[in-house]
Design a binder for this molecule. Structure first.
Ligand code: ZN
Length: 292
């Protein structure tokens, strides 16, 4: 894919957007593409909040794009606003109200520290849910980094957690959920999340609400042949979106649990290894110059 700037004439900026600038842009008008005509089912489970299943025909699946053209180029023709180094635009396949994309101006796949700083700041100011999917974790356009933001509380955010470790800035706990994941809360989260990512070799998803980040280390994107969609951060968080009416009608609590478990690392050995890496990544390194 061509390495192009999403918006010609929109230069990258070193200036980090101010809080009121983020609020101002978020408050501007963008078309609301979510019609709310979807069917919804709730499935009680032992983890706390019910799983939410939504049937929505507009769900993107198996997206194909012409070669050499960035799929997001078409957003140039749509209404969008610029916040710092990001473009805010409606998601064409919404599954929630105020479903927007925050797309980086520049075409690159892997998040940089600044991207985490931005999205954490954004979620601190705007009461929205943000998710990140990348290559291997369900992204529709993995070649071009983007965050999705929407008005929907993900069930996992209210699930119980088990404390793992803390470094004085962040507290890391394990979510008690069918999908394996860790929850990170505290200060300077972007820095610590970035360090964790640097230490692992597999794909991952993030789900962010306020100053809480859930980090899912991934195994496979399609945990079952019986579904046609890739599992991303929403599915792993207990919010399943399908465009298949049969799946919508018949999916059971047991199946959901099985798929979520399969899509994230699940063996004791893998979990131990991952948590060891996280513990190492969040170690606060002592400065060489100490006053001793
Ligand atoms: Zn692009």
């Amino acid at each position: 894919m061509m390495r192009v700037n999403l918006c010609k004439g929109l230069k990258r900026t070193k200036r980090f957007p101010k809080d009121n600038e983020i609020r101002f842009v978020w408050g501007k008008y963008l078309p609301e593409l979510f019609r709310g005509k979807s069917l919804v089912r709730y499935i009680p489970n032992e983890y706390g909040p019910d799983f939410k299943i939504i049937f929505n025909k507009r769900r993107a699946a198996n997206l194909t794009y012409p070669k050499n053209i960035c799929p997001f180029s078409k957003f140039l023709k749509r209404r969008y606003y610029v916040i710092g180094n990001y473009i805010l635009t409606p998601n064409l396949y919404p599954f929630a109200k105020h479903h927007r994309l925050l797309i980086t101006k520049k075409h690159y796949a892997n998040p940089r520290l600044k991207d985490f700083e931005f999205i954490l700041k954004f979620c601190e100011i705007i009461p929205t849910t943000a998710i990140l999917s990348i290559k291997g974790s369900g992204a529709g356009v993995p070649a071009h980094l983007h965050f999705q933001v929407f008005d929907e509380k993900l069930p996992v955010m209210s699930a119980k957690t088990k404390f793992l470790f803390s470094n004085g800035e962040v507290v890391v706990s394990r979510i008690i959920y069918p999908s394996y994941g860790i929850k990170i809360i505290g200060k300077n989260i972007s820095k610590w999340v970035f360090r964790i990512i640097k230490g692992i070799s597999y794909s991952y998803n993030l789900a962010i609400k306020g100053n809480q980040v859930i980090f899912y280390p991934r195994t496979i994107v399609l945990p079952t042949k019986s579904v046609e969609w890739r599992f991303g951060a929403t599915e792993l968080s207990g919010f399943i979106i399908t465009k298949n009416k049969e799946v919508f009608d018949s999916i059971t609590c047991e199946q959901i649990k099985k798929y979520l478990k399969k899509a994230t690392i699940s063996s004791r050995k893998d979990i131990n290894e991952f948590e060891k890496k996280v513990k190492n990544a969040i170690k606060i390194k002592k400065l060489k110059k100490t006053a001793d």
